[in-house]
Design a protein around this ligand. Structure first.
Ligand SMILES: Cc1cc2nc3c(=O)[nH]c(=O)nc-3n(C[C@H](O)[C@H](O)[C@H](O)COP(=O)(O)OP(=O)(O)OC[C@H]3O[C@@H](n4cnc5c(N)ncnc54)[C@H](O)[C@@H]3O)c2cc1C
Ligand SMILES: NC(=O)c1ccc[n+]([C@@H]2O[C@H](COP(=O)([O-])OP(=O)(O)OC[C@H]3O[C@@H](n4cnc5c(N)ncnc54)[C@H](O)[C@@H]3O)[C@@H](O)[C@H]2O)c1
Length: 461
């Protein structure tokens, strides 16, 4: 039985741990995936944003009308786009794998792993042991079992984010089931390229974990471009002889609806891969939702077994997985001087149309936490750059605590939200109060950042 100093399961964020500082250790790196490098690179953040950028350009044709510019017919060449995007990404994955194979102290296993005993792992048909483990096996799309899904003609047309970006042709029509991040981003991508998109969401708003004002405005604005149907429970799928699938749903009044499309995208959240690892054999514990239990140091209840990323993090975001990988790396190298992960102000952005970006508490959470706060909503249309854009409906919402004069939360809906929010994340992370932030620096005139400046000034603290 081969023995290693360290075994990392998962080649996504886990892969970044093993650098020159581990050159005196024998390391096993295990990944069963078809492509090396994990979700973000192969089927997540990176390819989606490489589709979002051209989708933004395509959508700008409509916006140009507002400022008296006519852009001709929008044509999206899907096969060219797909080949360009994966022609860039696939070689990065292949190069990363080849480089790992060339590392003298790293043994790469490309098969599924599961524990068979404490610190003992079965990989394919080989069993190895290691002194220390890192669980970085990520998550996978949630697949519901719905009537009709066992028909292979239906299955062939039902996709997840794992495979929809590699379709041979742009579908004429698409039904998206779900109303979170994945649904919001793919709805924008496909509708911008000309697909007829219907989005079926179970609750009464999209992005339901967002601040209520943002979720409401987002839902209304996406509904101007996409057929958004709320409060729909999908009850079955059926193949038609038109080479399409009918998605049947029912609303709270018991009324049934049929939505027909060439393709269906399931966007119902992601399940942590903890269940694939037979963790019981090691003593590692999991929460009810399948997330691995870790302490502040990212260590599981078993000493020497660490976890990071989607397998243990409720946020399921790449910047969080990267942060946790840095913490785990430090703690593996300095077991007597371990550091804690910082999960205080985790931001996120939804790269849809409109864009959404958020950090900290929503207003409902601030209320629930009984914090004495003030909230303000500042429209893009109130600043000079917003006039230039003839902007409508986009805003910055800030929530600040009266006692400390510090921000509790920041939520932006509109163009460049993911960039505009960064100074607010910085203020929260470094404890800068609102008056200092607003008046302690210059704000470039007439940049769009003035909407952030004015929102800060409008907070009555
Ligand atoms: C469509 C989409 C878009 C996204 N966009 C963004 C974004 O814009 N910004 C953002 O911050 N986040 C985004 N995310 C989330 C982000 O991709 C994840 O949070 C991040 O990739 C998680 O990294 P990880 O290292 O935990 O897992 P992964 O990168 O998924 O790596 C886990 C690896 O473990 C392997 N594995 C699993 N089980 C086993 C096993 N039993 N044996 C061996 N190997 C195994 C898998 O093959 C996989 O390669 C997106 C996700 C999706 C799906
Ligand atoms: N820009 C980004 O950072 C980005 C982009 C895409 C994905 N991600 C990550 O990937 C994760 C997965 O994304 P997602 O959109 O699949 O999940 P999500 O948790 O954002 O949304 C899941 C959606 O599915 C709905 N849903 C769940 N079960 C259902 C059921 N049985 N019937 C009907 N509806 C149901 C929920 O109401 C929700 O609208 C996200 O949580 C996010 O962390 C991030």
């Amino acid at each position: 039985m081969r023995h290693f100093d360290l075994c990392v399961i998962g080649s996504g964020s886990g892969n970044s741990i093993v650098d020159d500082q581990f050159s005196d250790q024998q390391v096993a790196l295990v990944d069963k995936g078809e492509r090396f490098g994990g979700t973000c690179l192969n089927a997540g953040c990176i390819p989606t944003k490489m589709y979002v950028y051209p989708a933004d350009l395509a959508a700008s044709a409509d916006e140009a009308q507002r400022v008296d510019v006519t852009i001709g017919d929008v044509q999206a060449d899907w096969p060219a786009m797909r080949d360009r995007i994966f022609g860039r990404i696939d070689p990065i994955s292949e190069g990363g794998e080849a480089w790992r194979r060339s590392n003298a102290n790293v043994t790469l296993f490309r098969e599924a792993a599961q524990f068979t005993g404490p610190k003992q792992l079965l990989i394919g048909d080989e069993t190895i042991t290691a002194d220390r483990f890192v669980l970085a096996a990520g998550s996978r799309p949630r697949i519901p079992s719905l009537p009709g899904m066992d028909d292979p003609r239906v299955l062939e047309r039902v996709h997840t984010s794992d495979d929809i970006m590699r379709l041979d042709a742009l579908p004429a029509s698409l039904v998206i089931i779900g109303g979170g991040f994945v649904a919001a981003e793919f709805a924008h991508i496909f509708t911008s390229f000309g697909t007829d998109v219907t989005l079926l969401q179970r609750s009464d708003t999209l992005l339901r974990r967002e601040d209520a004002d943002v979720a409401q405005a987002f839902t209304e604005q996406l509904a101007e471009r996409v057929n958004v149907r709320l409060k729909q429970t999908v009850v079955g799928l059926e193949y038609t002889d038109r080479d399409t699938v009918i998605v049947e749903s029912v609303d709270p009044d018991g009324i049934h609806y049929d939505f027909e499309a060439e393709r269906v995208l399931l966007a119902l959240g992601r399940v942590p891969n903890s269940g694939l690892l037979n963790l019981a054999a090691t003593g590692v514990t999991v929460h009810d939702d399948g997330l691995v239990v870790v302490d502040d140091h990212q260590q599981t209840v078993v000493k020497g077994i660490f976890a990071l990323g989607d397998i243990c993090s409720p946020s399921q975001l790449k910047h969080v997985a990267n942060h946790e990988a840095r913490v785990v790396q430090h703690n593996l190298l300095h077991p007597r001087r371990m550091i804690a992960a910082d999960h205080r102000y985790i931001p996120f952005a939804v790269f849809s149309h409109p864009q959404v970006a958020s950090v900290g508490l929503t207003e409902a959470q601030a209320e629930k936490a009984r914090r004495r706060y003030v909230a303000v909503r500042q429209d893009y249309a109130s600043v000079a750059y917003g006039w230039a854009m003839e902007d409508q409906g986009h805003f910055v919402k800030l929530i600040a605590e009266v006692r400390t004069k510090k921000l509790l939360g920041a939520h932006i809906l509109g163009p460049q939200a993911s960039t505009l929010i960064q100074p607010l994340i910085q203020a929260m992370s470094f404890g800068l109060d609102v008056p200092s932030m607003a008046r302690g620096q210059y704000w470039i005139h007439p940049a769009l950042t003035e909407v952030v400046e004015n929102a800060l000034l409008a907070l009555e603290l």
